[in-house]
Design a binder for this molecule. Structure first.
Ligand SMILES: [Zn+2]
Length: 146
């Protein structure tokens, strides 16, 4: 009888010792999955809501729902659909914004590095790159102040 108690104590102790590892791992995994698939979840949810709305309209046409029940339920689904579409718009907008920012950075990179290279070169105009004569205040080619 004693060995059963011992095994039980070991199992319980082991369970509580190891449990936080698994719980934490699962929690992190869930957060990652949620972050990655918010778009997917929204699209799925949108399909479900649209499907429910069609079902609701069908049930109403068949006379299985009263007008007031139908309107109340339909309003709930339409409100949810609106918030889903709004969130989808936000996600699309933020994706577009990211793309725009990255494009902008990519477009600026060669220009800025080129300008700074010319800035560090005292023998050439920072604006047009023409060779300049030491001591001159303006570029002879483009008139840039030096
Ligand atoms: Zn110049």
């Amino acid at each position: 009888m004693l060995w059963i108690a011992c095994i039980a104590i070991v199992m319980i102790a082991g369970f509580y010792t190891l449990r936080p590892l698994f719980v934490e791992a699962e929690g992190n995994l869930d957060i990652d999955l949620l972050a990655e698939t918010e778009l997917d979840r929204l699209l799925d949810r949108k399909n479900v809501v649209y499907h429910n709305l069609r079902d609701l309209e069908f049930e109403h046409k068949m006379g299985r729902l009263t007008d007031s029940d139908f309107q109340q339920l339909a309003a709930g689904y339409k409100g949810e659909a609106a918030s889903i579409l709004q969130r989808l718009d936000q996600l699309n907008a933020s994706e577009n914004l990211d793309a725009l920012i990255e494009k902008d950075i990519a477009a600026r990179k060669p220009k800025s590095s080129g300008a700074s290279r010319r800035d560090r070169d005292p023998g050439h105009c920072p604006s047009c790159g023409a060779l300049i004569i030491t001591g001159k205040k303006f570029c002879a080619d483009c008139g840039q102040r030096l």
